[in-house]
Design a protein around this ligand. Sequence first.
Ligand SMILES: [Zn+2]
Length: 255
Amino acid sequence: MRKKTAVKAMYVLDGGTFLYETAMMVFGKTGETHERIFTPFYAFDTEEGWVLYDTGWPSEAVPLLEGMGWEPKITEENSAVGQLGKIGVSPSDVKKIIVSHLHVDHAGGLQFFPDAQVYVQKDELSYAYYPNSFQALAYARETFAIPDIKWEILEGDGAILPGLTAILANGHTPGLQGLVVELHESGFVLLCADACYLRENFEQSIPPGNTWNAVLAQYALKRYQALQAILDARFFPGHEYDFFTKEVEIGTAIA
Ligand SMILES: [Zn+2]
């Protein structure tokens, strides 16, 4: 029998925004179009302490993004510590972190949580150390190669605690994992991360342009669609600016 959810509330946090090529987000799109995207990460108040899903950018990345013309709006306030401070949580309160994947905009805050258990897919961790050259720019070894980090290695889907279940949705990277959240009042939420940058990916089954394996990336979207159908889950895309600025209240408890 399914155990009652241990998640008391979920918070969407603001890791800042930057300009990204549309062609990198939607497979088959051409042209030089850029659009501003949002970098969310999530905190969960649970019966087993605070849990995070992703950790935002490292501040060291900001000058690099500026140099690439990606016009970052990312300040210290957008760091994992800054965002948690706004909801009254200190880094030592965080017991577990689930990382969707180890790209730099998701792993950038791991350094702040030396005591937390960090749930990562085995295939993601090994690939992050030695990515293929066409994907290497998105990984920064200093964000995850942290001495004494407490890795919890997952091999496929993983039940983290009642109400938080990691779902293997690889394709964008070899070990991307989405997260199914169960809330007492709102029901199920499906956090897609970069398997699904935009709603368009989900609704039209189009994998991201920035993809390690496009076929697996499409299957990941199909898995998300199936989960949504079974659970009647509210789906959160990975980075869509309009979604996170218009349809979600940042830093507010969702029960
Ligand atoms: Zn991302």
